[in-house]
Design a binder for this molecule. Sequence first.
Ligand code: COA
Length: 323
Amino acid sequence: MNTLQLLSFGGALPQNKVTNNDLAKIVETSDEWIKSRTGIAERRFCAEGETASGLAIRAAAQALERSGLQAEDMDCCLCATLSGEWAAPSTACLVQRALGLRENIPVMDVNAACSGFLYGLAAAKGLLEQTGGKYALVVGCEQLSRLLDMTDRTTCILFGDGAGAAVVSLGENGPFALTLGARGGDAIRVEGPGVQPTAIRMDGPAVFRFAVEAMPRCIREVLEKSGESMDMVDWFVCHQANERIIDLSIKKLGADPAKFYKNLSHTGNTSAASVPLALNELWESGAMKPGQTLVCVGFGAGLTWAGMLLQYRPLAAQTEGNA
Ligand code: COA
């Protein structure tokens, strides 16, 4: 069976920092309330002229450059987003054009909300297998700030903008497992374009209950499918929605908290960009080493969920045969 391996990462955040105190000037809230209920201290919002696709292109270019491969080596390009500025052409097609990727490859967007990047990796694996390809560029990007109702304090404090990307490769060995699912329902919904003004609406407590059930379940499922134990996993990179959701999941699993990477304090919830942005920051910190095993988890609107267990095997390490 083929596996999917992570080769390289990229990320992009807009310039404009929005702190909790900035939001407290707009809605009735406080830095203390937001930090204690979510773990979020600040997030980035696109400024005039910044877009989801612009962030996607920056993140994708960085991941491609760091992979050691060329644009013409990419056999597939997918972008997970629910807030790309155009419905068509897809954000993935905008990335393809900007990076000069080949024409005879599959290029499309995936919308599975906050699980989108992992759905995108799974779809990329299937497309590579069907087309005889090897390398895929997968991006997650969002400009959620343009969808927020800035009078609704229950949602506007949670979300941010950003993009993350990874170059992945089909592989023949190493651990790999995948779980994907969905349960149609509107506990979180992004209204529009049929409903104006477009806004993110959410039953926060219902989503919280769903998340603390889905996250440990996804982790258990990929461990069971791969035959790996919790101890064999070096890093857990979960959707960065709320620190309490991650902490409660760790407690339910009896897992080592030091293995759960968190960056939501300065990004907020960036939906499809959340997992690849966290992967990129973990890599940039120098803590992710070639040959390490990761479990990534996403959950969100749909309701959708996704878990993936895979290895970080950059090309340089594969050539040296030490990973
Ligand atoms: N500032 C101050 N008070 C706020 C507030 C804010 N930003 N948002 C809500 N409140 C108030 C509520 O109005 C409520 O007041 P009341 O008791 O007088 O009615 C009180 O705080 C508690 O509200 P509740 O919704 O029960 O809070 P909570 O502890 O569940 O936290 C969330 C709210 C949104 C932080 C939490 O439910 C959550 O994180 N849910 C998951 C959301 C998520 O991650 N979604 C994306 C998944 S992809």
